[in-house]
Design a protein around this ligand. Structure first.
Ligand code: HEC
Length: 166
């Protein structure tokens, strides 16, 4: 009896990592890293996605907190960029085979959206950054001190410039 109990204990020990792997990953945290680090959307759209990007950026980036776009439309914009605008295409092959706006770079010429200043993204990464925006940013209202600390970390002293949530 004691020996059989031992076998179950060993089996449980061996299976534990597999069970952990089967848990859904937190796509929001993954998407947040893409927004702020890998794709540096924040360079143009700002840390709070209100459109206030870095001074060196092209400027005129949309306020994503108030975007009316659906999930599908957001995925499309990130994948394809916006023809004639500074919004880059994050699908590297966007204008090679008519997958975006039924157009190639030859059709769009100088209106072809640029390549991003940071990294291009996979389909999974594009969906993750969109899901991050939908979960944490879109429709959130005015920027608060709490949101700032939540996004930039507890040590971001500039966050004290924002009003606390009511
Ligand atoms: C080089 C600067 C730049 C970068 C980097 C950038 N954007 Fe943009 N983005 C823009 C500009 C400029 C617009 C506004 C275009 C216009 O005038 O409609 C825009 C528009 C958008 C829109 C459309 C919003 C709406 O309501 O119409 C979405 C969504 C968006 N960006 C998401 C992203 C995401 C997500 C990333 C990172 C993966 C990103 N952008 C990176 C410049 C940038």
């Amino acid at each position: 009896m004691a020996a059989r109990g031992h076998i179950w204990a060993v089996l449980a020990f061996m299976l534990a990592p597999l069970v952990a792997l089967a848990q859904p990953v937190d796509n929001t945290a993954f998407g947040k890293r893409i927004y702020h680090d890998k794709a540096i959307c924040s360079y143009c759209h700002g840390w709070a996605a209100d459109g206030a990007g870095e001074g060196q950026s092209s400027g005129g980036a949309a306020n994503l907190r108030e975007t009316p776009l659906t999930r599908d439309q957001l995925v499309e914009v990130v994948k394809c960029g916006i023809p004639g605008k500074a919004m880059p295409h994050f699908d590297e092959a966007a204008y090679t085979d008519r997958r975006c706006h039924d157009s190639t770079e030859a059709d769009l010429g100088t209106n072809t959206p640029p390549l991003p200043p940071g990294s291009v993204l996979s389909r999974r990464e594009i969906e993750a950054v969109v899901d991050y925006l939908r979960a944490k940013v879109i429709g959130r209202g005015p920027i608060t001190r709490e949101e700032c600390f939540e996004t930039l970390g507890e040590r971001a002293r500039s966050c004290n410039d924002y009003p606390p949530a009511r």
